[in-house]
Design a protein around this ligand. Structure first.
Ligand code: FES
Length: 111
């Protein structure tokens, strides 16, 4: 399987998240895509669904870092989810992560 174009680089917001719709295993899924141009990887994607707040909101969370771990704070109950592992720092729960890369002006999701 190849890479799927998620969106354009211009659709991203610096140091923040956006929501993008992707086909994952044949199903439409909301991804929260974060653009952190000052980091080595630059783009990160986790599922947009907050399993604790039970809503698709993680793309609207505030991005930061805790103990060198890049995280997003859910806008609902403020738990932090790692942008690299999807793990919640406060609760024993995690969200799926997705491999995304920048290729020129394209944001690609690896299948
Ligand atoms: S994310 Fe829905 S109100 Fe803030």
């Amino acid at each position: 399987m190849g890479a799927q174009k998620l969106c354009n680089k211009n659709d991203l917001v610096i140091n923040s998240g956006v929501c993008a719709l992707a086909q994952v295993n044949g199903q439409p899924q909301q991804l929260a895509v974060f653009y952190l141009p000052d980091t080595e990887q630059q783009v990160f994607a986790i599922h947009n669904w907050d399993p604790l707040g039970r809503a698709n909101v993680l793309s609207r969370g505030i991005v930061g870092s805790i103990d060198n771990e890049l995280v997003v704070a859910s806008p609902l109950y403020k738990q932090h989810f790692s942008l690299t592992t999807g793990e919640c720092l406060e609760e024993d729960i995690s969200v799926p992560t997705f491999a995304v890369t920048l290729s020129g002006d394209d944001v690609l999701l690896s299948a």
